[in-house]
Design a protein around this ligand. Structure first.
Ligand code: DP6
Length: 354
């Protein structure tokens, strides 16, 4: 009798926001970075992708629905993830002939984000991490998060850091085949439980220059970029890992802000220049400086990805000081729409059914 079952597994993956930024590829096909990076994982209560992967011999072709809309999956990145996962499943099937041949069945992926897609909120990170883990669960692969991060990296670089909770480093690796370009945990979320992130949604519109094309133009044209990748980032990585391990907020904050500034300086040094920050972003930077000056120590740190939205890190005991001051300063700024998300860190959830 032929198999007509539908096999299914679901998972969620969180958004991560880098505090030492990935910007630049040394190999675009394998998606290998020019520098290592570190991120903080945000709470899945606020920002996450939920993905269900199913497969069945009764399906006609591979498909992906994101927030209800069919997506083009013919791109090399999605195909690389499907190919790698199918080949791991196929190796399992070869070693145990009683297993159903899921690797040969078409895949149906259904993903939902609970935040605006492509608004500079790292949606591709949570998206590819959830896609890879949902299929790995469906295929019952025994892979650990670092192994899965090697696959998710090929979907979107920052996605490799969304397979963990807490504080995560993406080690750039040295090998040409990318096998050592993977994510590792620096510390779990529980290590620094009072860390908080506030996201100032300056604009929820799709960003102007995508990260992928922006970083390619930077690598090709910016001289400052080489200096950042070779000298600035290695120092930031060391100092950031130390600050996280010692829960030294002032050290963490200083590197976070300096690394964001260094990244946006290389964007400005790109030719033609890339402007991700706008007037509201700059007002947020000044507001954080004012908060820190008024407190007499560093209690808040800003960082910006490839868009104008600010992410502000602070420790919970300083919530009143930070959120109150930001709202009162930014409330009067033209372009500030008053939306924000406060976030804690959390672990992922898996569900499986068949
Ligand atoms: C500024 O991971 O989106 O957010 O690998 O081309 O998909 P691709 O790029 P992506 O770039 C993220 C850039 C960043 C910094 C970071 O998250 O480290």
């Amino acid at each position: 009798m032929s198999d007509t079952k539908v096999y299914q597994a679901s998972t969620t993956a969180p958004v991560n926001i880098a505090v030492v930024k990935y910007w630049g590829k040394r190999d675009a096909e394998l998606n290998l970075p020019t520098n290592s990076s570190i991120s903080v994982t945000l709470s899945q209560n606020d920002l996450r992708t939920h993905t269900t992967a199913s497969c069945s011999p009764t399906f006609t072709e591979d498909s992906l629905l994101l927030n209800g809309s069919p997506q083009d999956i013919s791109n090399a990145r999605t195909q690389a993830c499907f190919r790698e996962l199918r080949s791991l499943r196929s190796a399992l099937e070869d070693s145990d002939s009683s297993l159903p041949k899921l690797s040969s069945y078409p895949l149906r992926i259904i993903s939902e984000n609970n935040f605006p897609t492509a608004a500079g909120l790292a949606s591709s990170a949570a998206g590819f991490a959830a896609l890879v883990r949902a299929i790995a669960n469906l295929y019952e692969l025994q892979s650990n998060p670092t192994e899965l991060s090697r696959i998710a990296r090929q979907g979107s670089g920052s996605a490799c850091r969304s397979l963990f909770g807490g504080y995560v480093a993406w080690e750039m690796g040295l090998k040409e085949d990318g096998s050592d370009s993977v994510a590792v945990e620096v510390a779990p979320a529980s290590h620094w439980p009072n860390m908080r992130a506030l996201i100032l949604v300056v604009s929820a519109e799709k960003k102007g220059v995508s990260s992928t094309s922006g970083m390619q133009i930077t690598v090709a044209t910016s001289k400052l970029f080489k200096q950042r990748a070779e000298n600035v980032v290695p120092e930031h990585m060391k100092e950031m890992e130390r600050a996280i391990k010692e829960k030294d907020f002032e050290g963490f904050a200083k590197v976070t802000m300096m690394d964001s500034n260094s990244f946006h300086a290389t964007c400005l040094d790109t030719f033609p220049p890339i402007f991700y920050l706008n007037d509201v972003s700059r007002a947020a930077i000044r507001a954080v400086e004012d908060i820190n000056n008024a407190a007499g120590k560093t209690v808040a740190a800003y960082t910006f990805d490839a868009g104008p939205n600010a992410v502000i890190y602070f420790e919970e005991e300083n919530l009143g000081l930070v959120a109150g001051a930001l709202k009162s300063v930014l409330g009067g700024v033209d372009g500030w729409n008053g939306k924000d998300v406060e976030s804690k860190s959390a672990e992922h959830i898996d569900e499986r059914a068949q």
